[in-house]
Design a binder for this molecule. Sequence first.
Ligand SMILES: [Zn+2]
Ligand SMILES: [Zn+2]
Length: 122
Amino acid sequence: MQMEGNSRVNGEWNEVEMEFRDRIIKCIDCGEEFIWTAGEQIFFRDKGLQNPPKRCKPCKQAKNERIAAIMAAQAEGVRRRVEVPVVCAQCGQATTVPFYPWQGRPVYCRSCFLAHKSAEQS
Ligand SMILES: [Zn+2]
Ligand SMILES: [Zn+2]
C-alpha cells in the first residue's frame, strides 16, 4: 500500500521528535526518581544544553534558592565592606569613602563634602 506523497515527510519529522521520550532520572540530591519529559528534553536541546538534569524539580529549586541566598549574602557583604581610603581634596585629611572614586575626580571627607553640598545649594 502506497501512502500519499507527503506522508513520508511527516514520517521523517515524527522520527526526529521520537528521539525524545520521557526518561527516568535518579536525583543526585534526594535519590528519588523523577521523569524528564520529552517536552523538557526538547527545551534542553533548544537551549543547547548537553547534559540531562541531575536533580528533581524540588531539589533543583532548593539548590537555586541556596545559590540565590549565597549571592545575596555576598552582594550584601561586598556593599558593607567597601571602604576606600582617600585623601580629601579640600583639607588633605586621610579618610575613607563607601564607594570607588572615579579617577581624576576630587574626593572629599564627610565634613568637606557636606560643606560643598550646602555651598552649592545656597
Ligand atoms: Zn531530589
Ligand atoms: Zn576634608
